[in-house]
Design a protein around this ligand. Structure first.
Ligand code: ATP
Ligand code: MG
Length: 512
């Protein structure tokens, strides 16, 4: 055997072979073997029909309406790559369970009856491996490896896939326009594979390329992407964002004319110049912030990419002195809309929106007070501070003006640490709602929450107030105030802070 195949996969192939069927590992895993990359999952193709496969493997199940069978094996897939959610960690994905892996076994098929430029509604089984390989998207993915007639394991390579892998070329199997016309998801898969495979450090002449005719077909047929569901687009986009070359991937989506169907809002920043703090246009800066953001988390990286998406709409003036007031909040609303449209999970949407909303926090070592850091933590949440810093680092490093002052951020980290024991949320107050009910006889209801909010706002100003005694004393005065006054009192502090910030922003021309 030329390549080393995990034993559970070899076992499945041998079981099929003993029952007189052909069986091969196929597709992405063979590509990854040649590339000496760890395959994310293992697929087997066979001339056995689904019913036969199920019969041979008692621990198996139909995976989808196309008759793919999932065979459960002892766990063997390593997941060192953080971008890859191990199926066993996510039982909904592929029906895995803890301690088990799933190998997909699929009967040779031709896909026909393509409807609406999406994957076919029907599949036709065939007895020919050749036909099965011909329906695959790219030559590098149309390889099979397994025992042939004489039991020797061989590479079956009908479309020069191995050669294309050696030359680092992504090329469709057969006529590119036909193949992209059959299934528009392939348009995105081409860019996603290019992004994942390329080496960020290699010279362009020695790096992955999409073959010319294939790339021209992508551009020509880019409109077809609108037939693809947002969920499937999101899954490909996620892989691009979590790759080692996310900003190159987004740029490639633009060149392929696909980005206008994914995040057109980003393209509005093309050619939008900034001011004395920036050498790059809004578009370039967003991409550079993504490239330099040190986080590996999807929501944080999305926030870095979108952090200035609100700038084109808020730009006032021109040249050196243009301003972008409020672009953080406008950008946050846009981020929420974009990520909702792309059907990202709620948690991702909320987190990215929060980070964009707060990316502009004012921080200057000489001027900042502990109170203002506590206010920032209250607004953002202590658990999100490290992620907010990651967005800010991307913002700074991606600004192209040599003024990144990491000591500022180190100082902020130190301050966060210093005040992190102070009360920054209602939960951290020295009294609870029940204390107000029991000790002061305030009836359970919305007034309790409103009083706690005021107490928190005041304690953030002065953490020494956070004793049971002093809070109860203050609460006994507040309980006479109507709700409206309480709300105003809690809000006032925050408003005060905002206008203070704005003043400073203007004073400093802080427009990042
Ligand atoms: P990854 O490393 O991301 O898993 P992969 O190449 O294995 O990449 P999969 O989506 O797991 O991609 O699909 C497995 C194989 O099925 C592919 O290698 C390809 O041969 C075939 N395939 C998947 N999607 C398509 C498609 N839309 N059109 C044609 N063939 C496809
Ligand atoms: Mg795969």
């Amino acid at each position: 055997m030329k390549y080393s195949i995990p034993q559970p996969v070899v076992d499945i192939i041998e079981t099929l072979q003993k029952a007189s069927f052909e069986a091969f590992v196929v597709g992405g895993c063979v590509r990854d073997l040649i590339l000496e990359r760890e395959p994310k999952d293992w697929d087997i193709t066979t001339n056995a029909l689904p019913e036969k496969i199920i019969e041979l493997f008692p621990d198996s199940f139909y995976e989808n309406e196309f008759g793919t069978v999932g065979v459960k094996t002892p766990r063997f897939i390593e997941t060192t790559d953080p971008s890859h959610e191990h199926p066993s960690n996510n039982p909904k994905e592929k029906g895995s369970e803890a301690g088990r892996d799933i190998v997909e076994v699929t009967t040779y098929r031709t896909e026909s009856n393509y409807e609406d430029k999406r994957r076919p509604k029907e599949v036709t089984f065939t007895l020919s491996l050749e036909e099965d390989l011909a329906r695959r998207d790219f030559t590098m993915n149309a390889l099979a490896y397994g025992p042939r007639k004489n039991d020797e394991w061989e590479l079956v390579d009908l479309f020069s896939g191995e050669d294309d892998i050696q030359k680092k070329i992504i090329r469709t199997v057969g006529n590119p326009e036909e193949r992209f016309n059959e299934d528009a998801l392939r348009l995105m898969r081409a860019i996603r594979f290019w992004t994942e495979l390329r080496n960020p450090k290699a010279e362009p002449s020695n790096n992955w390329q999409i073959e010319d005719a294939s790339f021209q077909a992508i551009q020509k047929l880019s409109d077809n992407l609108s037939a693809i569901s947002q969920e499937r687009i999101r899954d490909e986009l996620t892989k691009i964002i979590l790759s080692k070359s996310p900003s190159e991937g987004i740029e490639m989506l633009r060149e392929a004319k696909l980005l206008r169907f994914i995040i057109p809002e980003l393209e509005v920043g093309i050619g939008v110049g900034q001011n004395l703090h920036h050498t790059y246009t809004v578009w370039e800066h967003n991409l550079r912030a993504l490239a330099t953001c040190p986080s590996k988390k999807l929501d944080v990286l999305l926030a870095a990419l979108l952090h200035d998406v609100g700038k084109p709409a808020t730009k006032r003036g021109n040249g050196y002195h243009s301003t972008f007031y409020n672009h953080d909040h406008v950008g946050a609303r846009m981020t929420e809309k974009i990520l909702t449209r792309l059907r990202f999970p709620k948690s991702v949407i909320q987190k990215a929106t929060l980070l964009v909303d707060n990316h502009l926090f004012y921080y200057n070592v000489d001027e900042v007070t502990e109170t203002s850091v506590r206010r920032l933590i209250k607004r953002v949440g202590l658990e999100n501070m490290a992620d907010l810093m990651a967005v800010r680092i991307g913002d700074r490093l991606g600004s192209g003006v040599p003024k990144a002052k990491p000591y500022k951020l180190r100082h902020l980290e130190y301050m966060i640490d210093k005040v992190s024991k102070d009360p920054v949320s209602v939960k951290m107050l020295a009294i609870k709602g029940t204390d107000l009910i029991e000790e002061l006889g305030i009836p359970a209801g919305p007034q309790i929450g409103a009083i706690l909010d005021v107490l928190l706002a005041e304690t953030i100003e002065d953490p020494l107030l956070n004793t049971k005694e002093s809070l109860l004393k203050r609460a006994s005065l507040l309980k006479e105030s109507p709700m409206e006054t309480l709300r105003e009192l809690a809000k006032e502090k925050i408003e005060e802070k905002r206008s203070e910030d704005n003043e400073q922003i203007k004073k400093k021309h802080w427009v990042e």
